[in-house]
Design a protein around this ligand. Structure first.
Ligand SMILES: Nc1ncnc2c1ncn2[C@@H]1O[C@H](COP(=O)(O)OP(=O)(O)OP(=O)(O)O)[C@@H](O)[C@H]1O
Length: 391
């Protein structure tokens, strides 16, 4: 039934004309790359504040669009002539195909010059509503109109040259098209939080360069495989970008820190990770670091300890989850598809001491950690393995 997908983007509309144009170009390219990656065909047509994808596979194309950064929502739709009769017919047919009980409403908007149509959007709603009413009756139902909170809503977007009729708005991630910001390095452990944090930065247009720190005996092969699996899922949101996982071997450093740094070892380890990530950032020309930390979620993530960790980096450390509850982060991990891999039991060993410091001072951590911690981080980063990831 559907022949087109309406793709809406939100924030781009508030940019200056020049910036908006550039971002829309990027969004269209990213959308095309997403369709190619999924083996879908469709002709992308750009209009002001909207993208239309003409396709025979509207449902799958709408899903692809709803996974593309910058897209607010996507609707599989039917294209009809912008006349009251044609719109009402399409609404009736759509109700026959998709009505599933309960109350209904028709919501119509009109775009273009005020004299483009000899009718108002309210006329579409009343005539279209009558057609839907009849269709529901013909299905043996008892139609009830509820304009405030309908169970079944039908939408019409009427433009000068054509009208679109649809019943769904599939939510996209919103934000900005990927690639419209400079890249950042994301520390990805493969746990629940860090893949979500990396994804959040991607929603703001930043390509991410994922870095996994291999903890040697403390992590184990499954730990690394888990990180890789979550990064593969992230790469699925970045078609057209070539993503590689940078693996830093820190097995020896972790064992040494356990002995050398005592109860402050978790903070020394976090500082090592940031320093190593910063070293990678220099190599790949990235402008920030990302972690999945949230205040108070763990002893190493108290507000005091995050200040100590931060001091290891000169680049900004982005923590998009900083004020989120674990339940909300987990829900997001489920919806973006990283949760399942993140919760595989890797049987990794605990690095944290029995009684970790929650209120560390920078001077105490500096005194406890090895003087050459950052040099070790740079050396490990220089020796890293770069694993290409298929998107
Ligand atoms: N082995 C690792 N490799 C890369 N980054 C890591 C690693 N371990 C931790 N990190 C980074 O440090 C952050 C804090 O790690 P920690 O294990 O304390 O917290 P977490 O909340 O359990 O995070 P996650 O769920 O991402 O593992 C992680 O979100 C991640 O950004």
């Amino acid at each position: 039934m559907y022949d087109v997908v309406l793709v809406r983007h939100g924030e781009l509309g508030v940019k200056s004309e020049q910036v908006r144009r550039k971002m829309e170009d990027r969004l269209a390219d990213n959308l095309q790359a997403m369709l190619d990656q999924r083996g879908l065909s469709g002709d992308i047509e750009r209009r002001r504040n909207r993208i239309f994808v003409h396709t025979d596979d509207a449902s799958a194309v709408a899903d692809a669009a709803a996974d593309t950064f910058g897209v607010v929502s996507a609707s599989p739709a039917v294209t009809v002539e912008p006349t009251l009769d044609d719109i009402a017919d399409a609404l009736g047919a759509m109700a026959e195909a998709a009505y599933d009980g309960g109350s209904f409403a028709v919501d119509a908007t009109r775009a273009g010059p005020s004299d483009a149509h000899p009718f108002a959007s309210t006329d579409i709603e009343s005539e279209g509503g009558a057609a839907v009413f009849e269709a529901i009756e013909s299905l043996g139902g008892e139609p009830v109109v509820d304009l405030d909170d309908p169970d079944f809503e039908l939408f019409v977007e009427c433009r000068s040259d054509r009208a679109y009729v649809f019943v769904e708005k599939r939510s996209g991630p919103g934000g900005l098209p990927l690639g419209t910001q400079r890249p950042v390095v994301a520390l990805v452990s493969g746990g629940i939080d860090s893949p979500v944090a990396a994804w959040k930065l991607m929603t703001r247009g930043c390509p991410v360069v994922p870095v996994y720190v291999d903890l040697g005996d403390y992590g184990g092969p499954d730990h690394r495989a888990r990180a890789r699996a979550t990064v593969e899922t992230l790469a699925g949101y970045a078609p057209g970008e070539s993503m590689s996982l940078h693996v830093i071997d820190a097995g020896k450093v972790v064992s040494a820190l356990e002995v050398e740094t005592g109860d402050l070892r978790m903070l020394a380890l976090r500082r090592f990770m940031l320093a190593a990530a910063e070293s990678v950032a220099e190599d790949v020309d990235a402008v920030g670091l990302v972690t999945g930390e949230a205040i108070g979620q763990k002893s190493s993530q108290t507000s005091a300890n995050l200040a100590v960790t931060d001091a290891a980096a000169t680049l900004p450390v982005h923590r998009p989850l900083v004020a989120m509850d674990k339940a909300d982060i987990t829900n997001l991990a489920r919806s973006i598809g990283t949760f399942e891999d993140a919760t595989v039991d890797t049987g990794c060993n605990r690095v944290a001491p029995a009684l970790p410091e929650t209120n560390a001072s920078l001077s105490a951590v500096r005194a406890a950690e090895p003087d050459d911690l950052f040099e070790r981080a740079q050396a490990c980063a220089a020796d890293r393995e770069v694993v290409p990831i298929e998107s």
